[in-house]
Design a protein around this ligand. Structure first.
Ligand SMILES: [Zn+2]
Length: 90
């Protein structure tokens, strides 16, 4: 059961993603490994109230990206993203 009051869109964690990947990921296209949905990272559903942050597919709600910060570093799991389309600018 998902408490909808705790769900944000991924724009809420845009700063975290930019820090982790070194670029703004909100417009980057992801493909969900579970259902194949293609869409901008900004459309993922963000769950930020746990010990880590979980980004879920807006179609099937499967986990696409999750990360947690610890005193020793950041643990990043992107196995739910079959693909990230990062376009080069200029
Ligand atoms: Zn999906």
């Amino acid at each position: 059961m998902i408490d909808e009051r705790l769900v944000l869109d991924a724009n809420a964690v845009a700063g975290d993603l930019a820090e982790l990947f070194g670029i703004d990921l909100t417009a980057v296209i992801h493909r969900c490994a579970h259902c194949g949905n293609l869409g901008p990272m900004a459309t993922l559903l963000a769950y930020v109230h746990g010990p880590g942050t979980v980004l879920r597919c807006s179609v099937c709600t499967d986990v696409v990206v999750r990360y947690v910060r610890t005193p020793w570093g950041t643990r990043l799991d992107v196995r739910g993203a079959a693909e990230l389309r990062i376009e080069l600018l200029g």
